[in-house]
Design a protein around this ligand. Structure first.
Ligand SMILES: *[C@@H]1O[C@H](CO)[C@@H](O)[C@H](O)[C@H]1NC(C)=O
Ligand SMILES: *[C@@H]1O[C@H](CO)[C@@H](O)[C@H](O)[C@H]1NC(C)=O
Ligand SMILES: *[C@@H]1O[C@H](CO)[C@@H](O)[C@H](O)[C@H]1NC(C)=O
Ligand SMILES: *[C@@H]1O[C@H](CO)[C@@H](O)[C@H](O)[C@H]1NC(C)=O
Ligand SMILES: *[C@@H]1O[C@H](CO)[C@@H](O)[C@H](O)[C@H]1NC(C)=O
Ligand SMILES: *[C@@H]1O[C@H](CO)[C@@H](O)[C@H](O)[C@H]1NC(C)=O
Ligand SMILES: *[C@@H]1O[C@H](CO)[C@@H](O)[C@H](O)[C@H]1NC(C)=O
Ligand SMILES: *[C@@H]1O[C@H](CO)[C@@H](O)[C@H](O)[C@H]1NC(C)=O
Length: 369
């Protein structure tokens, strides 16, 4: 039995209320998840025909917000909780145990981490990511607070120790570091800096533009690679590493404003993987804004948006959605054709995904053909 619902784009073309009749949920207690196919490649290339999706957790607090990084040594996924509006109860890290089909969770905090947001796996200089001889650490974007710097912090989730990797641009404060990726060949850290700590009233006013940076952990060099954003947020490489995607979530600042970007921009990455050029509009989200972004190994681009996770083909065609009717800020590819989707209070599981995440083989230490 398939739970995949086909979308009739020609019907939608002349009926602005089409989608309201297709799927609905109770936004104060969302428990409905649907797989919506906007293009035949969603069912042909992205999902198995028997793909299914379900709710795994529905909590009374917001454990599942950002990051979603796997650690091999603990067989767990690390997710940052949502800001709860209270400096005395800072953002938590939710640990999802992947060794059990029930995905049990626990909450923790790590030293040197004030208000964590996005993150990734971190292979320090000298480690070989293909052998896992030295297990990777977690790398968090810490948005900072009124006293703590916004910074990149690495955490060893086995010993629970942490190390500050970068906490300023050559002496100038970052605003609210948002998300980070490590280039798998050069080892450089590419990251975004936005104003969300200020918008959520736990950071002072920003003193530097909204930019995308590249940091070399071997030399300490830090450079601006792109600017001109309203709020640069998620970022991701294509599997061939020739394209960098950066989301602009400017539509959400202190309040929502639909006239500002909710857009994924694509850039060409230079041959030496040090700079980018050729900025172009890759996709504009029809609901909410594209926040966390990950590519699959076939080059499709997935992003958490206002009604779930949207999936675009490498040419920018909207192929389909994992629809939950409420905001998803991020999600994670697992092994075994699974994707976990975060919507703050809820954790959802999609099973029967045919494509695998760009970094799944490396991070899970599995052989991939
Ligand atoms: C929506 O969920 C809320 C919270 O569980 C509940 O109180 C309300 O009755 C639900 N609304 C509908 C139409 O089911
Ligand atoms: C779904 O289909 C795939 C192949 O298309 C198969 O490997 C898998 O076992 C199927 N899963 C279920 C639950 O039937
Ligand atoms: C941290 O975790 C606990 C549950 O263990 C939760 O009650 C608390 O509100 C969390 N803090 C935040 C900011 O989510
Ligand atoms: C990493 O390990 C793999 C597998 O042993 C090897 O092929 C590769 O050359 C190594 N890379 C570096 C940079 O040492
Ligand atoms: C930079 O951040 C640090 C740590 O929060 C703070 O003490 C310092 O005053 C800030 N500097 C400026 C120029 O804002
Ligand atoms: C690290 O933290 C986790 C989560 O709180 C805990 O289960 C584990 O025992 C801790 N390990 C050490 C060595 O303290
Ligand atoms: C929405 O944003 C635009 C562009 O920044 C601004 O001109 C406009 O005043 C804003 N609208 C509202 C209602 O705040
Ligand atoms: C659909 O998939 C086919 C076969 O993989 C590919 O040639 C085509 O470009 C895809 N179209 C879109 C819009 O993704």
């Amino acid at each position: 039995m398939s739970s995949i619902i086909p979308v009739d784009l020609l019907a939608a073309a002349t009926n602005p209320l089409y989608f309201d009749s297709l799927v609905t949920t109770n936004i104060t207690n969302p428990t409905t998840i649907r797989l919506l196919s906007y293009h035949e490649n969603f069912t042909n290339n992205v999902l198995d025909s028997n793909a299914t999706a379900r709710l795994a957790h529905n909590l009374d607090w917001e454990a599942f917000h950002e990051m979603g990084t796997y650690n091999l040594a603990t067989d767990s996924l690390y997710v940052t909780s949502n800001w709860a509006g209270d400096l005395s109860n800072p953002i938590n890290v939710t640990i999802i145990d992947l060794s059990s089909p029930d995905y049990p969770i626990q909450s923790t905090r790590y030293p040197n981490l004030a208000e964590a947001n996005g993150g990734t796996n971190w292979y320090p200089p000298g480690t070989n990511s293909s052998t896992h001889a030295t297990p990777p650490n977690l790398l968090f974007c810490d948005e900072g607070d009124f006293t703590a710097y916004s910074k990149l912090v690495s955490v060893d989730p086995v010993t629970n120790t942490s190390t500050v990797v970068l906490n300023s641009y050559l002496g100038r404060n970052f605003s609210s570091l948002n998300d980070v990726r490590q280039h798998p060949i050069t080892g450089d850290l590419w990251f975004t800096d936005a104003d969300y700590g200020t918008f959520q009233f736990f950071r002072p006013l920003s003193t530097i533009p909204k930019q995308v940076y590249r940091f070399s952990p071997t030399t300490g060099e830090v450079r601006v690679v792109a600017d001109g954003f309203v709020q640069p947020n998620g970022l991701e490489f294509s599997p061939d590493l020739k394209t960098l995607y950066v989301t602009d979530t400017g539509a959400q600042e202190y309040a929502q404003n639909g006239t500002r970007p909710a857009t994924i921009y694509a850039f060409d990455v230079s041959e030496d993987a040090k700079s980018v050029s050729g900025r172009r509009t890759f996709a504009y989200a029809d609901k909410g804004f594209p926040d966390g972004i990950h590519a699959d190994a076939e080059g499709n681009v997935w992003a958490g948006c206002g009604d779930g996770v949207h999936v675009w083909s490498p040419d920018g065609t909207l192929l389909g959605k994992v629809w939950i009717g409420v905001v998803s800020n991020n999600f994670a590819f697992l092994t075994g054709g699974r994707v976990l989707v975060f919507s703050n209070s809820q954790l959802w599981v999609v099973e029967g995904v045919k494509v695998r995440g760009r970094e799944v083989c490396r991070d899970f230490g599995t052989e991939c053909g």
